[in-house]
Ligand binder design. Structure first.
Ligand code: F6R
Ligand code: MG
Ligand code: MG
Length: 371
């Protein structure tokens, strides 16, 4: 069946949550995927959704949905919430680890933002051909997308199109969030790349939320929800973000979009959300953080959109050209692990604020005497 898109507009919503791991924080049980698929199939049948896929990255359940309701649609967000609630019931029956862990609100009100799950959504006018990549991560935070987004949309050593293609060489606008001050700024690449880097190099505070072409077309969007903040300071785990990127034409080519991940750059997260670790690109099947609850994983699902229908996914890192990145990740992991609990393998004290370490340090407070 071919859906006709009114005005050619379609919304892609990637909404994810950890609603129980197995074993521990390792992966998503197939029963949870089945439960989610059943829910979303019903929504596809009643035309709430055009299409959907349910995927998993580590212990995070990933709902990828297309529809005509725009971003922040109450109906779509409620569907995602209800799907996570249904999955949580199944997770509880199996006593999966941390069942319902990311669902931090008692009841759905009007928007799933601020309730625990991570969300990346974009409404686009579907092009004649619309390749997209959905990146999903486990055991890291949303700032992890800063490095690859800069490489893809601003670095000519990554993206040949910035040099070679007249459409791509116009550059892009970066919308950057200051997560601490709750402010945002839009900056022009290449005009302001040094200032962009001054901000987004500090990936715990400044995160790239969206990227636009100079014509104002959205090219990328990330999830930036913080579990720590939503929970009022309690350690829940890392946010394990998602990101949607459009490829080809006026945007970087597919190969340029996934090129940064050939280098396993360091991200924050890994064991107890407290360590630096290499960001390891893997196949869907290997997105299972095992060694020291990691190293942090990233998967890439490639799709073509056809009137909102999802053609795919293609498991983009399931490819020998990423073998070396995985090997290098293991070498870096060995090296970092040799540091045990010492910084900078362990995160700095400021960042450890978001972990369970303050509880330990508080207990020692009274024993300190003045020097
Ligand atoms: C990191 C993560 C895990 C847990 C660790 C301890 O994001 O999810 O590394 O922090 O397994 O988990 P708890 O405290 O649940 O035993
Ligand atoms: Mg978990
Ligand atoms: Mg996770």
């Amino acid at each position: 069946m071919i859906t006709v898109l009114r005005n050619g507009m379609v919304t892609i919503s990637a909404i994810k949550a950890d609603i129980g791991g197995y074993p521990g924080h390792h992966s998503v049980h197939p029963e949870l995927i089945k439960t989610a698929e059943k829910k979303l199939l019903k929504a596809k049948k009643d035309k709430t959704l055009i299409d959907f896929r349910v995927l998993a990255c580590g212990d995070d359940l990933q709902l990828i949905m297309t529809h005509k309701k725009g971003v922040d649609s109450k109906k779509i967000h409620k569907l995602a919430w209800d799907t996570f609630i249904a999955g949580t019931a199944v997770a509880k029956k199996m006593k999966l680890y941390g069942a319902g862990q990311d669902l931090l609100a008692d009841a759905f009100s009007s928007n799933i933002r601020g309730m625990g799950p991570g969300i990346a959504e974009m409404e686009i006018k579907e092009r004649k051909s619309e390749p997209i990549v959905i990146f999903m991560a486990d055991k890291t935070e949303s700032g992890a997308w800063n490095f690859p987004l800069y490489k893809v949309f601003a670095d000519p050593f990554n993206t040949a199109g910035l040099v070679v293609s007249p459409k791509v060489s116009k550059g892009y606008n970066f919308e950057i969030f200051d997560l601490h001050k709750k402010k945002k700024v839009i900056m022009d690449a290449p005009k302001e790349i040094y200032s962009i880097l001054a901000l987004i190099g500090a990936s715990e505070r400044y995160v790239v939320k969206r990227i636009f072409s100079k014509e104002g077309e959205i090219g990328a969007v990330t999830s930036t929800e913080s579990l720590h903040e939503i929970s009022g300071g309690k350690y829940i785990g890392k946010d394990d973000p998602v990101m949607i990127v459009r490829a080809q034409g006026a945007f970087p080519a597919l190969g340029e979009v996934i090129e940064p991940f050939a280098f396993p750059f360091l991200v924050k997260g890994w064991m107890r959300g407290s360590h630096h670790g290499p960001f390891m690109p893997t196949s869907f099947a290997q997105s299972t953080p095992s060694r020291f609850d990691g190293p942090p994983r990233v998967i890439a699902a490639g799709f073509q959109l056809a009137n909102g229908k999802l053609i795919g996914p293609v498991d983009l890192f399931d490819d020998p050209s990423y073998d070396r990145a995985r090997q290098k990740s293991n070498i870096v992991a060995d090296y970092l692990r040799m540091h045990g609990p010492f910084e900078p393998a362990r995160l700095g004290l400021d960042e450890m604020e978001y972990t369970t370490l303050p509880d330990v340090l508080n207990k020692l407070k009274k024993r300190f005497k003045s020097i």
